[in-house]
Design a protein around this ligand. Sequence first.
Ligand code: AMP
Length: 428
Amino acid sequence: MPLARNVLNLMTLFSAPKGTFDVLPPASSTMLAVREALTAPLRTAGYGYIETPIFEDTALFARGVGESTDVVSKEMYTFTDKGGRSLTLRPELTAGLMRAFIEHKLYAGPLPIKLYTVGSNFRYERPQKGRYRHFTQIDVEALGSDDPALDAEIIALALAAYDNLGLKNFTTQLTSLGDQNCRPAYRDKLQAFLAELELDADTRRRAEINPLRVLDDKRPEVAAQLVDAPVMSAHLCDDCKAHYDAVRQYLTELGLSWQEAPKLVRGLDYYTRTTFEFVHNGLGAQASIGGGGRYDGLSAQLGGPDLSGIGWAIGVDRTLLALEAEDLTPGEGGNVAVFIVPMGQAKSAAVQLTARLRASGIATDLAYGDRGLKGAMKAANRSGARYAIVIGDRDIADGVAQVKNLETGEQDAAPLDALVTTLKEKLA
Ligand code: AMP
């Protein structure tokens, strides 16, 4: 055996890092269809596409997302680059978008500024179904207005996106988390309530640092003690209450429904007022397919003007699982419609024909590798194409190609110069 092959055999095979996965064809076509269905409503509502770097200054996330959150304190992929800077692979998308909004003074134009992006996020989580270390989110933000109609628009856009995909078995959980005027007094009240409970040391510490987070504790022994816990939505100041009432009125007028979720708290610290989550019924523990809310203090917190903002992030990977749970397969196939099989000296003609069909909008592939009729027909069947076009020297001389229906096996000759029209008719 040649040395090189020996060495290769001894090498370890690599696999995707823990908590990550590859998206392969044909399943990847569903992923693309999901991205398209989720972003299409955004474009028709005036949201512009933005891209920001995959890594940012570590301090941006510490300040933006909140040091006491699990995301920042436990889950960030942080590293020092060769220039000695502390950088972090983004664990979420809002902080980076907000940084760009401030850095490029996008607020100088007419407000709100509406943005969306699609991208990778990284969190060092304990991997399980629906929870990964590398995952993709679609993120939308409307910056610079606290108009409650904008809250309703943002929620309606997510629901339109899910509707596009045919998703049904989920609920919209909605609440208001108040603002800097009413939240501190509520926080004190909640802390006083939690101090009376029987909690373990960790939870007690959490109650000190971030008491709202305790409300989210799903452990039965803790949840049972929280039944009568005071909730923010019952302690809103007049302004926050009026805002929340207006949001709900707009949602009602749009014919949308939701569930009041007074104990909803989200994993990131920046939320104020309207806060929501989309929860799927068929996903078990990792049921949240998307969520978001207002973050009226975030711009100022990051050194920008005191402007409000609202947005959401939808998890693409979890939306895929939700589709699977509902037996929905948008974009399934992703296959070519036509597969060309050249025989004899017809390769050049086949290459040109492939280009011609593709240019006319017919998804076409070609049997590469000159492997003979049997192998090429096998490839044609595997490709998922509806028609194979077999073309040999005699066909070229006669100005025809053999068009074979791969489902029925029927085959007939079609004139080459009318092939585009013939195929379009057959495929219609
Ligand atoms: P968050 O950025 O935590 O508000 O999450 C927004 C959405 O992103 C969630 O509703 C999930 O659909 C998705 N998501 C968050 N974390 C993960 C993860 N580790 N793996 C897969 N999806 C996630």
